[in-house]
Write a protein that binds this ligand. Structure first.
Ligand code: ATP
Ligand code: MG
Length: 461
C-alpha cells in the first residue's frame, strides 16, 4: 500500500495555510459527516480507515490535529499516540463508541487532549478545532518556559530547580494542554494554588475564567447551591435564580480547593456532573450542559484521604487522571536559597534598598524544616527584611522559624553513618529549642561544652 490509499476528501480545501486535520475511522458514513464538519471549520481534511493508512497519512502530511476512533480494524486508536516527538506531535482527540472511564483516562494519560463519545457532540468538536491553533501557540509557550527554567531557575511563577520540582514542571507542561482533571496534593504552602493557576494559564482555556472555590470555607448546607446553583424558590431564602460556580466557570477552569472538605454526598453529585458534563440546579429539573475543566487540590495525603473516607474512591479515580504531588520545601534542597533570594530581591526592588543575606542566615534558612513551606519562608523573609539594616542575618530571623518544627522527628535511612545521625539530631534539637543551647544540651543529655564543640565542628568553612 502506498500513500495513494490516503484519500484527501476534498481537493478544493487544500489551501496553503489552513491547519491540517486527519480523521481516522473505519465507518465511512461517520467519517464523511465528520470530515464535512471539520472542513467547514477551515481545516484541510485527510482521512484514513485504519492504523496503517493513518501512519502513512501522518508521514505524508504532518497533521496538526488527529481525530481518531478508538476501535480500528488493525488495532487501537490509542496506538497512534505513542511514538511522537513531544514537540512535533499533533493534537489528538480520541473518539469512542463506549465511554468507559478507563479508556478516557488512558487516552488522556497518553497525551490525547480530549476524548469524545459517539454520536459526537458537534459543539465539542468545534471547540476542540477552534483551540488547535491556540494549542500550537501554547506549545511554543511551554518550550519558552523550559528554557527560562534553564536560564533563570523558574517555570513561570514557580521558582526552583530541584529535581522534584523539575518533575512537577514536566507534568504541568504535559497536562496543561489536555482536558484532563488534575489532583494537586501537597502540604500547606507548597504552591498548590500557583500550580493550578499555571496549568490554567498554559491551557486552551487561558482566556476564559479561572474560578477558585475553597470547599472548606463554604458551609456544608450551602456548598451544593454554591457549586451547582439553585432555582428561585427552591428553599427558604432562595428568592431568585442563582448560577453556581460550575455555570460561571463555563468554558473555563474550576479550581476545587480542599476537595476533601466537600461532604461525601456532594462528591457523588460532583462525580456525576464530571461524567455527564451536565448538571441540574438545586430545586430544578432542567439539564444544563457544562463545559468546565476541573482542577482539585488537597493538603492531605491522597491515599489516606481515600482510606479515611474523606474522598470517595470513585471521585478520586476520576480526578486523579493526572496526579501532581508537590514536594514539601524541606525536600527541595537549594530551592530554599533561590526562593529566599528571589523574595529578598523583590523586597529590595520595591523599597529601593540593597539588603542581602549573611551566609549564616542562608545556612539557617536551609536547615529549617519549613512545616509551612514556601508561604512560611516568604513570611519569615518579609519579617527579617523589615528588622534588618544592611545585612539580613540570623538575628533578624524570628524564633518561630525554629519553634514550628513539628515535634522534631528526624527521619533517617538505614545506612546513615552514626556521625551524620548525631549531627542531624543535634541540629534538629537546637532548632526545636529555638536556639537555646542550654535547653538543647539538657534534652540531649550532653554537657553544654560538648554541644558547643559539636556545633563548632558543623559550622561551614
Ligand atoms: N515554587 C514557588 N515559587 C515561588 N513562589 C511560590 C512557590 N510555591 C509557592 N509560592 C508562594 O508561596 C505562597 C503559598 O503558595 P500557595 O498559596 O499556592 O500554597 P498552597 O499549597 O495552596 O497552600 P494551602 O494548602 O495553605 O492552600 C504564595 O505566596 C505563593 O506565591
Ligand atoms: Mg491553597
Amino acid at each position: 500500500m502506498d500513500t495513494a490509499d490516503v484519500t484527501p476528501l476534498d481537493p478544493r480545501s487544500t489551501a496553503a495555510a489552513s491547519p491540517r486535520a486527519l480523521i481516522v475511522d473505519d465507518d465511512p458514513g461517520f467519517l464523511m459527516g465528520l470530515a464535512e464538519l471539520v472542513r467547514r471549520e477551515g481545516f484541510t481534511v485527510t482521512s484514513a480507515g485504519s492504523l496503517k493508512q493513518a501512519r502513512q497519512a501522518i508521514a505524508a502530511s504532518a497533521p496538526d490535529i488527529l481525530l481518531v476512533d478508538l476501535h480500528l480494524p488493525d488495532g487501537s486508536g490509542l496506538d497512534l499516540l505513542a511514538g511522537f516527538e513531544p514537540t512535533t506531535a499533533p493534537e489528538v482527540v480520541l473518539i469512542t463508541g463506549d465511554a468507559s472511564v478507563e479508556t478516557a483516562v488512558d487516552a488522556l494519560r497518553q497525551g490525547a487532549i480530549d476524548y469524545l463519545t459517539k454520536p459526537v457532540d458537534f459543539a465539542r468538536i468545534k471547540m476542540a478545532l477552534a483551540n488547535v491553533t491556540r494549542t500550537l501557540a501554547m506549545k511554543g509557550e511551554i518550550g519558552a518556559l523550559r528554557s527560562e527554567l534553564r536560564k533563570l531557575g523558574r517555570f513561570g511563577p514557580l521558582i526552583g530547580t530541584s529535581p522534584p520540582m523539575q518533575a512537577v514542571y514536566d507534568l504541568i507542561g504535559r497536562v496543561a494542554r489536555t482536558e484532563a482533571s488534575v489532583l494537586i496534593a501537597g502540604e500547606t504552602g507548597t504552591g498548590k494554588d500557583v500550580v493550578a493557576l499555571t496549568i490554567h494559564s498554559l491551557s486552551r482555556r487561558s482566556k476564559e475564567a479561572f474560578l477558585p472555590v475553597n470547599c472548606g470555607a463554604i458551609s456544608a448546607n450551602l456548598i451544593e447551591s454554591e457549586l451547582f446553583g439553585h432555582e428561585r424558590g427552591s428553599f427558604t431564602g432562595a428568592d431568585r435564580l442563582h448560577k453556581g460556580y460550575f455555570e460561571r466557570a463555563h468554558r473555563g477552569t474550576l479550581f476545587l480547593d480542599e476537595i476533601t472538605e466537600m461532604p461525601l454526598e456532594l462528591q457523588v453529585r460532583l462525580l456525576r456532573v464530571l461524567e455527564t458534563s451536565t448538571l441540574t440546579r438545586v430545586g430544578g429539573s432542567e439539564l444544563i450542559k457544562t463545559d468546565v475543566r476541573v482542577l482539585a487540590a488537597t493538603s492531605l495525603r491522597v491515599e489516606e484521604a481515600v482510606a479515611t473516607r474523606k474522598l470517595r474512591e470513585d471521585l478520586f479515580y476520576r480526578l486523579n487522571v493526572f496526579p501532581i504531588a508537590l514536594p514539601p520545601l524541606r525536600e527541595r534542597g537549594g530551592d530554599v536559597e533561590l526562593l529566599a533570594e528571589q523574595c529578598l530581591s523583590e523586597l529590595n526592588a520595591a523599597t529601593g534598598t540593597a539588603k542581602h543575606f549573611t551566609r549564616a542566615c542562608l545556612e539557617r534558612l536551609r536547615r529549617h524544616g519549613w512545616p509551612g513551606n514556601v508561604r512560611e519562608l516568604k513570611n519569615v523573609i518579609q519579617r527579617a527584611f523589615i528588622l534588618a539594616d544592611e545585612d539580613v542575618g540570623v538575628d533578624s530571623l524570628p524564633l518561630g522559624v525554629t519553634e514550628s518544627v513539628p515535634a522534631a522527628s528526624v527521619v533517617m535511612q538505614v545506612g546513615t553513618p552514626i556521625a551524620e545521625m548525631e549531627r542531624r539530631l543535634i541540629l534538629a534539637t537546637v532548632d526545636q529549642c529555638e536556639g537555646d543551647k542550654k535547653r538543647a544540651a539538657d534534652v540531649l543529655k550532653i554537657s553544654l561544652k560538648t554541644l558547643y564543640n559539636r556545633l563548632n565542628e558543623y559550622k561551614p568553612g
